[in-house]
Design a protein around this ligand. Sequence first.
Ligand SMILES: C[S@@+](CC[C@H](N)C(=O)[O-])C[C@H]1O[C@@H](n2cnc3c(N)ncnc32)[C@H](O)[C@@H]1O
Length: 238
Amino acid sequence: MVGARRSPGAGAVKRRRGAVRVAKAKTASSRRWLERQLNDPYVQAARDEGYRSRAAYKLIELDERFGLLRSGMAVVDLGAAPGGWAQIAAQQARVGKARGLVVAVDLNPIDAIEGVTFIQADALEFAVLGPIRAALGGRRADLVLSDMAAPATGHTPTDHLRIMALCEAALDIAEPLLEPGGAFVAKVLKGGTERFLLERLKRVFRTVKHAKPPASRADSAESYVVALGYRGQGGSPE
Ligand SMILES: C[S@@+](CC[C@H](N)C(=O)[O-])C[C@H]1O[C@@H](n2cnc3c(N)ncnc32)[C@H](O)[C@@H]1O
């Protein structure tokens, strides 16, 4: 079972830094990757606390800053594998045996998580909306998360276009499902959100901010757009 839900924080992260571990690996790039993993305090914390990914701490930190998660809520988690965000969302949504639920979607399969309905599907396909609606069981979503990312090509404009397409697809899924007042979080790349997407977000949410949680690696171009206070009309989520 997953341990206490809190970011390891700057103090714990510093304490875990200690002696640098040196990896034995065949190639220079695999050695660099392995050393980074061995010496990453969030990787260690995730292992100690039973989270499936270090990414779990990004959601914990975004939640600490924006108050996204609460007991009883319905959450849609796009790009969920291997399941760190879904674990955190399920923990919070089901506090005190509340009626909270999490619907997680990914191209890749994940191992089952209590309180999470998993759908293996491509979020770029419009047809994904049907199974998500069915899993929500007639409820609207209070929060739609997207940590979706395509494998990096190394060609910055291509990577930027791909992540924007994923972000836009996430918003296409979020809009018909969200409860009025609901929230939307999506991964974007440095340079923030494209103007057209930012304008769209500002039209449909009361507050739109960008955030880079401390658990997001400093050398990574990723950040998150956090949109709060969905202005939708409500009614049946059809
Ligand atoms: C950074 S990982 C997500 C990590 C996850 N939030 C966690 O905490 O474990 C990005 C995920 O996005 C998924 N993804 C990328 N494109 C997708 C798409 N079109 N539809 C669904 N999932 C997608 C990938 O398969 C990958 O598992």
